[in-house]
Ligand binder design. Structure first.
Ligand SMILES: [Fe+2]
Ligand SMILES: [Fe+2]
Length: 191
């Protein structure tokens, strides 16, 4: 079980690491992804899922781009297990499914596969490749399938090495405040 403070520490310690093979750091990628979610009018839970979708990379000791070495770090499962008890399924499920969503979109959305970066294509093969028709049908029935696809599209776009950003301190304060609000939402009103 992790705390909000420990999640913040993941970014404080590993946020400056390169985001596998892309021109942004882990922290920039996470912040850009959440920014796209906010601009799209996503719920705060989905904004937080966007923020934290790759925090699993920062929970492992694998440096740089694990897929270059043929390793799938299963970062989505790792993160979802930590996020579920803290923020509930509205945050944890889109995170858990964001890799499956890529496999789904490759099979289902014309032109999507061509839009992927080299590292995404490399990891796709490690993650099982495009979904079969049967897998697509199963995926589409999951309650968070739509949110996971939305998250995936922001994920793919959140790699802009030119986009200016406030500062590490400010964006981490933003993340801490959002986590605080989502923590309360997951617990719900007192019975
Ligand atoms: Fe990811
Ligand atoms: Fe990502």
């Amino acid at each position: 079980m992790m705390t909000i403070q420990q999640l913040l520490q993941c970014f404080e310690q590993g946020g400056a690491l390169a985001y596998s093979g892309e021109p942004v750091t882990q922290l920039q990628h996470a912040w850009q992804c959440a920014r796209l979610a906010r601009q799209a009018g996503a719920s705060e839970a989905l904004q937080l899922a966007a923020w934290l979708h790759d925090v699993g990379h920062l929970m492992t000791d694998l440096e740089g781009s694990p897929t270059e070495r043929g390793i799938d770090d299963a970062h989505e499962e790792l993160a979802a297990r930590v996020l579920l008890p803290l923020f509930g399924p509205a945050v944890a499920e889109p995170v858990r499914l964001h890799v499956q969503a890529k496999r789904y979109l490759v099979s289902h959305k014309p032109g999507y596969a061509q839009s992927l970066s080299a590292d995404s294509v490399r990891s796709l093969a490690l993650q099982g490749g495009p979904m079969s028709e049967a897998e697509c049908t199963q995926f589409a029935m999951l309650p968070a399938a739509r949110e996971a696809q939305r998250l995936r599209v922001w994920d793919d776009l959140a790699k802009d090495g030119e986009l200016p950003w406030p500062s590490e301190e400010l964006v981490l304060a933003e993340l801490e405040a959002l986590m605080g609000r989502c923590l309360g939402a997951a617990e719900g009103p007192p019975a």
